[in-house]
Design a protein around this ligand. Structure first.
Ligand code: FES
Ligand SMILES: [Fe+2]
Length: 457
């Protein structure tokens, strides 16, 4: 664990805090043999959009390992260590064959599991053919993403099937997902910190950069200028992050879900109307984005996401048709990023690897502290050879918890009463999600009404 930095209480005290402390080796390193790297290797991760695969392999770097992904001419996916086990030439220059991938240099041919199938310049009695293996990892293609498992083979879990995505790759009530891949030049953990930090939204996405959320008429959702009441609940697979406020005579409860170790479910996005704008009395909606942050190495992260909102909304988002909404990208002019910074700018500028020892976590960082504690527990559990939280052995649907809910409930008479109502509303959303998957219930048209029971003293 990184040692805590000093509490500087001396004005003009820069000199006393000039040295930059080291990183947290457990949480922030992802390479082979590191505690965090071994933990992350116990889970399946998306490594590429499978639509990118043609008759050439793709060079990838995942968890600090150089790899190649390919689809052989029989349609099977293979993920191999990039450097040929003969004399190290990169297999990104290899030829895809009916069975496996052939190195360009001396023609050694590897099956998708790494087995050396042919070594053309060697005698028939070669001790290598059929025995020697190139490093390889299992890959599964699901709804347009290629998922890899890079951990100990004997501990491989099933690829989780989250309940918000049905067999056809659709989320309840929405169409086919758009799949994105997006690279950020920073450690994966500072991008995950952002997921459990709903408190940044009224500042970064509203007061600082202008309101970046709009309803379907294009109106800025100015309600987000004010900080809602935040709360964090531990679930069997991670954290349900909620935030509640009044909109007229209704309580609007927003939620995000963190799923260990690197998944975020997002219910609201800048280009979709908040559910309350429909004017309904009591409604709920499911996540619209399911996003993984996959470490390329310690200082780079690729984001893969299924985005479920309507195609036009995705196009508007990706083409920057709505000013200020491309907050997750770094390709904007520097001046624009300074004047209207977004998530990308806030996260990447925490340094390539943020220094936890220099941070001063406050009460609004409860979610960040919870998530890091969960990760530390997971790292220790994985090191003992057991299954960390979030690793699911059962096959079948995995219940998620996030949803966005509006409940008719007029304000109380005092601030204390209002605070108790908002807290009760958030607890009710959490408890409802704990009693059964909201996604499965919504699919059956049976999401139970919210039972808010404020404790008023
Ligand atoms: S280096 Fe790959 S076959 Fe020789
Ligand atoms: Fe954000």
């Amino acid at each position: 664990m990184a040692r805590k930095g000093r509490f500087l209480s001396v004005p003009y005290g820069g000199y006393r805090q000039a040295a930059v402390p080291p990183i947290d080796d457990d949480l922030q390193r992802v390479g082979p043999g590191t505690p965090g790297g071994e933990y992350l290797r116990r889970f399946w991760h998306p490594v590429a959009q499978s639509v990118r695969l043609d008759d050439r392999p793709i060079a990838l770097r995942i968890l600090g390992e150089d790899l190649v992904l390919f689809r052989d001419r029989s349609g099977r996916l293979g993920l191999l260590h990039r450097h040929c086990t003969h004399r190290g030439t990169s297999l990104e220059y290899g030829k895809v064959e009916a069975r496996g991938l052939r190195c360009c240099y001396h023609g050694w041919l590897y099956d998708i599991d790494g087995t050396l199938l042919e070594a053309p310049a060697e005698p028939v009695s070669s001790p290598y053919v059929g025995k020697l293996c190139q490093g390889a990892y299992p890959v599964i293609e699901r709804h347009g993403l290629a998922f890899a498992y890079m951990g100990p083979p004997e501990m491989k879990p099933p690829l989780p099937a989250f309940d918000i995505i049905d067999q056809a790759g659709m989320v309840v009530g929405h169409g086919e997902p758009t799949i994105t891949g997006n690279v950020k030049p920073c450690n994966w953990l500072q991008i995950m910190d952002n997921v459990v930090d709903q408190v940044h939204e009224p500042f970064l996405h509203a007061r600082i950069s202008g309101v970046q959320f709009r309803d379907k008429t294009g109106r800025e959702v100015t309600e987000l200028l004010d900080l809602g009441e935040p709360e964090w609940f531990e679930t069997p697979i991670g954290i349900l992050c909620e935030e509640a406020r009044w909109v007229g005579d209704s309580v609007w409860i927003r939620s995000m879900e963190y799923i260990c170790p690197n998944i975020a479910l997002v219910c609201q996005t800048p280009v979709l109307p908040p559910v309350y704008a429909d004017g309904a009395d009591e409604i709920a909606s499911l996540p619209l984005i399911c996003r993984w942050r996959v470490p390329v190495d310690d200082e780079t992260t690729t984001e893969f996401a299924y985005i479920f909102y309507p195609r036009q909304g995705v196009n508007d988002y990706l083409s920057n048709a709505i000013p200020g909404t491309r907050s997750n990208y770094g390709d904007r002019p520097y001046e624009e990023r300074q004047r209207y910074p977004g998530d990308y700018d806030a996260q990447v500028s925490q340094r390539p690897i943020a220094r936890h020892a220099n941070e001063h976590l406050a009460s609004s960082d409860k979610g960040v502290a919870m998530m890091r504690r969960m990760l530390r527990d997971g790292i220790e559990t994985a090191a003992r050879g057991a299954d960390p939280k979030g690793l699911i052995r059962a096959t079948g649907e995995v219940a998620t918890h996030a949803n966005e809910t509006v409940k008719r409930w007029p304000k109380g008479r005092t601030e204390a009463e209002n605070c108790a109502i908002l807290k009760a509303a958030m607890r009710a959303v959490f408890e409802r999600s704990s009693q059964g998957s909201p996604a499965a219930a919504m699919r059956r048209g049976e999401l139970p009404p919210l039972a808010i029971q404020p404790l008023l003293s």
